[in-house]
Structures are given as C-alpha cells and as structure tokens.
Design a protein around this ligand. Structure first.
Ligand code: SF4
Length: 197
C-alpha cells in the first residue's frame, strides 16, 4: 500500500505502445522511489494471480495514489470488527503528514515514526479494511472486481490516468485540509461525499 498521490510532474508519461514494463510504468507515478525491490512485476498479474500470491512490487503497484485512505473517516464496526460500508463517512481532513497541495505523504518512508498508528495495508488486514473507497484496487480485487478503467496498470500512461482520475472525481490533492489544530466538532462538519466506500 502506498499513500501518495499521483505526481503531477511525473517524469514519465509515455504512451508509447512499446512501453510495456510494468515496473518502469509504476515507478513513473511516484516522486520518490518506493519500490526498492528487485522483484519482477509479472504481466497482467492483477488478473492472473490471487492477492495472496503477489510479490511486494506487485502489491505496491496496485495503489493508485489517490490518498483517500489518509482522510479521517467515521467507521461503524459491529462486534466482530466488520465494517458496515454503507455507514462509512469520509471527511476532507487528512493525516498530519499529508501535503494537501500535492497529495503526497511528506514522510512516506518514515511515516510510522511520525504517526505510529498509520496502517500498513496487508493481505492479512485487508478484510477488515472495507472502509476503503470503492475505487481502491485492493478492495476491488479482494471483492473479485476489476481494476478501475483509469488505473495506470491498464492505461500505461500516467497523464491519461491522472486526467481520468480527475474526471472521475478521485484524489485528495488540492481539496483536503490537515487535521492539525482541528477540533472534533470542526471535523464532524467536514464530511464529504466525493469519497465513496
Ligand atoms: S485508497 Fe487504495 S488506492 Fe487510494 S491511496 Fe489508499 S491504498 Fe492506494
């Protein structure tokens, strides 16, 4: 899982049909190198393998960087810890580490030193995270759905993906505020309807 948004100044926005390296393509989305693994990203891995069979690089490549999971949200859990998706409410208030202009986590690599309860999304805890937005690739694949049509793994073009995400009203960049200094009462007034669980 990554929590960064798409990099508006991503260095690579190739639409060259010969550009078919999943690994290069994924790296073009993010401003910092987050994939330090040498694992190979297998072609069409998202449709050929179960989530539990993905290697680290493939797992990371599923994140579209929308940043929605970094928004503060109200979650209703039953006694078993299961989330009622219908009742999840997102605010536009983000974790203190978010750069709200760019949508990038400002300390991604060391985020848990700053925010110890920052959740690392894994195959093990994914079933308890159905509060994730409906477009999130992890949630979609877990539910047996396809990747969203604008996902970089499908478009293979970062600019196209960015444009289509904006058109689909997805992503927090430029429209979120930091939790710093925010009271609980103020937070409750900031529920938004542009994130759908
Ligand atoms: S909601 Fe899903 S796709 Fe969006 S940043 Fe979080 S993990 Fe990545």
């Amino acid at each position: 899982m990554t929590i960064n948004l798409l990099n508006k100044s991503a260095p690579n926005s190739k639409s060259d049909p010969e550009f078919d390296s999943e690994e290069q393509l994924t790296m073009s989305l993010f401003p910092e190198s987050q994939n330090t693994s040498n694992e190979t990203i297998r072609p069409q891995f998202w449709s050929r393998f179960a989530l539990s069979e993905l290697n680290h690089s493939e797992w990371e490549a599923l994140c579209d960087g929308c940043g929605s999971c970094c928004l503060i949200k109200y979650i209703d859990e039953d006694e078993h810890g299961d989330v009622d998706e219908e009742l999840v409410e997102y605010t536009d208030v983000t974790c203190q580490l978010m750069d709200c202009a760019t949508g990038y986590c400002q300390h991604y690599d060391t985020r848990q030193e700053h925010v110890p309860d920052c959740i690392q999304l894994t195959m093990e805890n994914l079933p308890q995270m159905m509060w994730l937005p409906s477009h999130c690739a992890y949630k979609r694949l877990y539910k047996g759905q396809d990747l969203p049509s604008w996902h970089l793994l499908l478009t293979r073009n970062a600019v196209v993906t960015q444009q289509q995400m904006r058109a689909a009203n997805i992503g927090v960049a430029g429209r979120c505020v930091s939790e710093v200094g925010m009271s609980d009462e103020e937070m409750e007034e900031r529920v938004v309807n542009w994130v759908n669980p």
